[in-house]
Design a protein around this ligand. Structure first.
Ligand code: ZN
Length: 138
């Protein structure tokens, strides 16, 4: 695992970590593997989708990776890569892009200069993903 603050990965390297994470997906219902990797505080955190028999309890790869980073003390992440190896090569962006719940979580934890890359789509901005995230009044 890449774990040095001076060894920031390229987006391709982060995508490769996301691919490895996708292999660990627990997706007996959908059969759709998803992998994610975030770079936060000089360390990579990976996640895969985890499905539950109680479907509403399932969790997306993006949130698994982000929550792993947050639970390790990282308030912000700098890079996010998402891969969908089971999507057809010509899959539409809607078949690869992050769901609404993940977009909200991304908005809350991405650093101001954070980068998001999605397999088959490329780099996307937070503004494109979620122009108006929910924020608690302060
Ligand atoms: Zn999601």
């Amino acid at each position: 695992m890449i774990d040095s603050p001076d060894n920031r990965p390229s987006l391709d390297e982060l995508m490769a970590l996301a691919y490895e994470a996708a292999k660990l997906a627990h997706c007996p219902y959908s059969g759709f593997h998803v992998g994610a990797a975030v770079w936060a505080n000089g360390k990579a955190y990976t996640g895969c989708n985890i499905e539950s028999a109680s479907f509403g309890l399932s969790l997306c790869a993006e949130r698994v990776a982000i929550f792993k980073a947050v639970s390790d003390g990282c308030a912000r992440f700098d890079m996010l890569a998402v891969v969908t190896p089971d999507a057809p090569v010509d899959a539409a962006p809607e078949q690869r892009i992050c769901c609404g719940a993940c977009r909200q979580v991304i908005a809350e934890f991405i650093s101001p200069q954070g980068v998001i890359v999605i397999e088959g789509i490329g780099e996307v901005s937070l503004q494109d993903l979620l122009p108006t995230p929910f924020l608690l009044p302060t």
